[in-house]
Design a protein around this ligand. Structure first.
Ligand code: F6R
Length: 238
């Protein structure tokens, strides 16, 4: 495990973008595992900047996102598909056909999970998986539970996650109550994992996840067993 502490959000975003950019340069048709949330926004801006500067080419890149809210389709501005289009996909030369997000409008989420895992296998697995971390230790939407779940699956969101994500919605009532998320298997099988965390509020859970016992009550703690994990953290910008 490699832990990098940066002095501010801008530096965290640049260091994280370095790792994604290196992957894109080394393997132009790499499979990028991507995340939403507020933490990676600066990193996506940095990738766009490097693309506009002619340093990166996404034309053969494939991507798989971690998760999507159940019930929202890609035109809904709160959906994770919409987030990815807005923050990255529409701003670089990635082929939209090569971008994948679980289908929040699926009628059968068990079947959608199987489809998504089969797709990841068909793509040859994930070269680098980007993760944020929730205040309760979730990664993707793998919430604290009695056991780790391997496959892509539907989850009921934890009340603390609903409260944390309410900031993106008109009110807490509008936050979807469930989501479909990549499970721990695809995340752990990614050849490389990059976890970014921003803000002093994340310091305690990060410490628990990286140095505490490995337990499904802190889903991110399983990452301690990943052979190639990089964590980039910054406290609050002063
Ligand atoms: C997003 C995701 C979540 C977030 C986490 C942290 O696709 O899977 O696990 O990474 O909730 O979110 P932020 O970055 O908003 O603190």
């Amino acid at each position: 495990m490699k832990i990098i502490e940066t002095k501010n959000y801008a530096e965290m975003s640049k260091r994280a973008a370095d790792l994604i950019a290196a992957q894109v340069l080394l393997k132009p048709d790499a499979v990028l595992g991507l995340a939403t949330g507020s933490t990676p926004i600066g990193l996506y801006d940095e990738l766009v900047r490097r693309y506009e500067a002619g340093e990166l080419d996404f034309s053969a890149i494939r991507s798989v996102n971690l998760d999507e809210y159940c019930g929202l389709d890609g035109t809904n501005d709160q959906s994770y598909r919409y987030f990815m289009n807005t923050h990255l996909f529409d701003r670089v030369n990635i082929d939209p056909k090569n971008t994948n997000v679980p289908n929040g409008k699926a009628t059968d989420f068990a079947a959608e999970g199987e489809r998504y895992d089969a797709l990841i296998r068909q793509l040859g697995g994930i070269d680098i998986q980007l993760l944020g971390i929730g205040l309760d230790g979730h990664i993707g939407f793998n919430e604290p539970d009695d056991a780790f779940t391997g496959p892509t699956h539907e989850v009921k969101l934890d009340p603390s996650t609903i409260a944390a994500n309410a900031r993106f919605f008109a009110s807490e009532d509008e936050v979807p109550r469930s989501a479909i998320t990549m499970g721990m298997a695809s995340i752990m099988q990614a050849r490389r994992v990059l976890l970014v965390a921003n803000g002093n509020s994340k310091a305690e859970i990060l410490k628990k996840a990286l140095f505490g016992p490995i337990t499904p009550q802190v889903p991110a703690s399983l990452l301690q067993l990943h052979p190639d994990l990089t964590v980039i953290f910054c406290g609050d910008d002063k």
